[in-house]
Structure formats: C-alpha cells, structure tokens
Design a binder for this molecule. Sequence first.
Ligand code: TPP
Length: 318
Amino acid sequence: MDRSELETLYRRMLVIRRSEERLQKLFADGEVPGFLHLSIGQEAVPTGVSHHLTDRDTVSSNHRGHGHTLAKGVDLTGFFAEIMGRATGLCKGRGGSMHVADLSKGMLGANGIVGAGIPITTGSALALKMQGGGHVAAVYFGDGALAEGVVHECFNIAALWSLPVLFVCENNGWSEFSPTERQLATRLDRLAAAFSITYRGVDGNRVEEVAETAGALIAGMRETPAPAILECATTRVRGHFEGDRQDYRDAAEIDDLDARDPLRLAADGLIAAGTAEAWFAGTLAEVDAEIEAAVAAARSAPDADPAGMLSDVYTVEA
Ligand SMILES: Cc1ncc(C[n+]2csc(CCOP(=O)(O)OP(=O)(O)O)c2C)c(N)n1
C-alpha cells in the first residue's frame, strides 16, 4: 500500500475519531438525545473494510456504529444532524445515534439488538447475488453477538447458498460489562471451520493489515460469491455507553491504550514513510473545520417533526 493510500486511511480514521470526540462533548452538554456508544479505538476496522467497498455494496452495523457509517462515506452534515435529532438528518432526525442509515451509500443502518444486523446483511447479500454484478454485503458485529442463535443460522445459510457476505467481528473482549470468555464456549475461527467458511484474523488496530486482508477477501467474493469471516482484535477505549464508569474493568487493561491506538500506529507508519508533521496538523485543522460546520448546520436546523413519525416506516411499491 503506498503512502498516499495510507494517508487516505489515516484521514478517514481521524474523521471518525474527531466526530466521536465532538459527539461526546455534545452529549455531555445535553445536545444529543438518547444513548451514545462510542467506537473510539476501533476506527481501523471500518476504515480498512470500507476502503474496498463501493456505494453499491451494502453494510449494516450494530449499536456502536458511528465509525461504520462514516467509513461508508455518508454526508457528515446529515450525520451530525441525525444524531442531534434534527429534521435535516439522514433519517430526518428520527433514528439518532443507533439508527443512522443512508441507502444511497449502501448504508443499511445500525441496530440496537445484538446480532440483528447479521440477518439483514445476509438477506442483502442474497439480493446482491441474485442481481449479479459482483457486489458484496458486509456486517460489523461485536464478540457479544457470537452466542446469538441468529449468527449461527446466518453462517449456515450464507455457506449453503454461497452468499457474498463479509462477516466482520470487532472483538474488543467485552460485551457490555462481561468478558467474552464468560459468554462463548468456542472461538470464531472454530465456528468458521464448522461452517466451512473462510476465516482470517487480524490485528484490528492496524488499519493497513485490516485493509489488505479485507481487500483480498472482498476481491475473491466479487469473483466467486462466498461468505468470509474477518475477526479483528481491537480495543474498546470508552465504557459500554457514555456515562458508564467501567467499575468492572481492571485499570491495567486500559493502561497501554496509546501504544495500541490505531491512529497513533498509522501515524508512526506514515512518519517513517516520510509524511511531514505539517500534513498531520493541516489534516486535523481541515477535519475539525468540517465537523464544526456540520455541528453549526445541525444546531440551526429545526428539530425532528413528531407529526411525520409514521411516514417512511414501511414501504410498499405502488
Ligand atoms: C438481543 C440483545 N441482547 C442483549 C442486549 C443488551 N446489550 C446491548 S449491547 C450488548 C453487548 C454488546 O457487545 P458486543 O456485541 O461485543 O459489542 P461491543 O459493545 O463490545 O462493541 C448487550 C448485551 C441487546 N441490545 N440485544
């Protein structure tokens, strides 16, 4: 991967990081209704995967979905307006943080029900396969979804029907307040083998590694439809949701966060490859200006209109 491609990946991760840091402050100021689950520390996963997806490829997400959504290329202004509950939001301000969707970008949306994005994406993969054209569907889910029955059913049907679906597990070791090993009697590579699905495990904090492995899997699926599982070992930096004091977590576990920070790791690589300090400062200023413009636009937009609550809920072709 050349330097300019890595700079593109770094910038995308920075947009996600700074957007979430901004959301954290807006939430503390009471400007974000509902819950907020931040994906700080996990930016490399959707950035690396979506690097190889077009708007015709679909993605669905889980409750920790801001990074998945932004990596798919949705408009930043519509994104902030959505999470701030404004009528100009991507879903007219009715979805909020856990339900940002934009079908024009292939973003099918996020989901507050653990594992529920997986059947949505499996269905989308079936549709894409039937349409032809080599498009793929990807779904992000946490290790907490691995014990859900629907996940096993989807692995089964995707394998039986050779569906072009990339199952991306963001394994951050935690499911709400419980460690993975207290919930799952096996491992994802073993599950993949049981269903004869190709499996790759990567360091999910290294964007280049995620991008290269996802790229190879996706290229293969475009040629010959088949499912694949990508397990990304990553780190949940914040609590389960904003406001979670993380009493259940050993402080030592979050001691060396800096060393595992995907932005830090990518920056180290770029500096070694010759990217100048000025580029980082300039990129940060650009990204922050885009985010501030989006926040200002959201603040000046009207609130979501409860009168339209029942429209767009279900679509029937005329
Ligand atoms: C079916 C279902 N069961 C339980 C919950 C409550 N719940 C919300 S998030 C979560 C844990 C999710 O952990 P994981 O999937 O690993 O994602 P992470 O939060 O670590 O990113 C649970 C149990 C839920 N929303 N849906």
